[in-house]
Design a protein around this ligand. Structure first.
Ligand code: GTP
Length: 258
C-alpha cells in the first residue's frame, strides 16, 4: 500500500537485524496519541525489555498525561518526557531495568517524528561520536558507550501495520505522516478529532477559509488559497501552536494494542 514503500521494508529489516544484539528497547510514543503511535508493534519486542517514553508531553493535555502514564505503567516502566527533560531521568529509567548483561545494549524506536533523534542525542550527550572524520565515507550505525550501557546512535523506525483511518488521522494531527500522503477523508477525520478535543464549532472549510484569510493566503482572484491554509494549519497544529491537545482520550484502548 501507499504506506509501505521500499524504504519501509528496508528499515524493518535493519531494525530486526539490530534487535538481535539488543537488551533494552526504548519505545518513544507521542503523549498526544499513545495508542496511534504504538499501533500493534510492541509485539516484535516480545523477548526484550521494553521501556516507554511518552514524549512531547509539553504539547499534550496535562491531566491526560498523568492518566496515560498511570495506565501504561501497568505494563511497562514509563515516564513523561519532552525536549527539556533532564537526561538523568531517562538514564535512571534505563538503569532501573533488570538485565543479565553487565553492559546492556539499547536501541531507541518509534514512528516517524516522535522525537527519537532528540532522545538519542540527549542520552548520548557528551559521549557523542565524532562525525565526518573521513570525507566521502558514509558513516554506518555506531554503538556508543554511555555510562553503564551502550546505545545505537540511529533510531529504529516503526510503521503501523494495522492502519485504521482513525490512526492515520491522529498521526496527521501529531505530524507523523507527511501532509502530501493524506487523503481528503483523513483530513476531514483529523479535523473532526481536533474540533472535538479543542471545542471548535465550525466545520473545516469555514475554519480554513478564515485561517487562510487571517494569514493573507489569497489567490489571484482574491479567493482564499485553501490548500495552502490547510497545509499550514495542520503543520502548526502538530507543532503545538494552537495549544496542548491529546487526541487519544480512551485510556482503555492501550491494552488492545499490546
Ligand atoms: P524521524 O527521523 O523523522 O523519524 O524523527 P525523530 O523521531 O527522530 O524525531 P526528531 O528527534 O527529529 O524530532 C522531530 C521534531 O519534533 C523536531 O522538530 C524536534 O525539535 C521536535 N521535538 C522532539 N521532541 C520534542 C518535545 O518533547 N517537544 C516538542 N515540542 N517538540 C519536540
Amino acid at each position: 500500500s501507499i504506506w509501505y514503500p521500499g524504504h519501509v521494508q528496508k528499515a524493518k529489516r535493519q531494525l530486526k537485524e539490530n534487535l538481535k544484539k539488543v537488551d533494552i528497547v526504548v519505545v518513544v510514543l507521542d503523549a498526544r496519541a499513545p495508542v496511534a503511535t504504538t499501533s500493534f508493534e510492541l509485539k516484535i519486542f516480545k523477548d526484550k525489555k521494553v521501556i516507554i517514553l511518552l514524549n512531547k508531553s509539553d504539547l499534550a493535555n496535562e491531566e491526560l498525561n498523568k492518566e496515560w502514564q498511570k495506565e501504561i505503567s501497568k505494563y511497562f516502566p514509563v515516564i513523561l518526557v519532552n525536549k527539556n527533560t533532564d537526561r538523568r531521568n531517562i538514564i535512571r529509567l534505563i538503569k532501573s531495568v533488570p538485565v543479565k548483561s553487565p553492559n546492556p545494549r539499547i536501541v531507541v524506536v518509534g514512528v516517524p517524528n516522535v522525537g527519537k533523534s532528540t532522545i538519542i542525542n540527549k542520552i548520548i550527550g557528551r559521549h557523542k561520536a565524532k562525525t565526518g572524520a573521513q570525507p566521502g565515507v558514509t558513516r554506518g550505525v555506531q554503538w556508543i558507550m554511555v555510562d553503564g550501557f551502550t546505545v545505537l546512535d540511529s533510531p529504529g523506525i516503526l510503521f503501523s501495520e494495522v492502519f485504521s483511518k482513525d490512526i492515520a488521522a491522529k498521526l496527521l494531527l501529531i505530524g507523523s505522516v507527511p501532509v502530501e500522503n493524506v487523503t481528503d477523508e483523513i483530513y476531514n477525520r483529523a479535523f473532526a478529532i481536533y474540533a472535538e478535543v479543542a471545542n471548535v464549532g465550525e466545520d473545516m472549510d469555514i475554519y480554513l477559509r478564515n485561517f487562510g484569510k487571517q494569514r493573507g493566503f489569497l489567490k489571484k482572484g482574491g479567493e482564499v488559497d485553501i490548500e495552502r491554509a490547510k497545509n499550514l494549519f495542520f503543520k502548526e497544529l502538530s507543532e503545538g501552536k494552537f495549544g496542548r491537545f491529546t487526541y487519544d482520550v480512551d485510556i482503555s484502548k492501550f491494552e488492545e494494542v499490546l
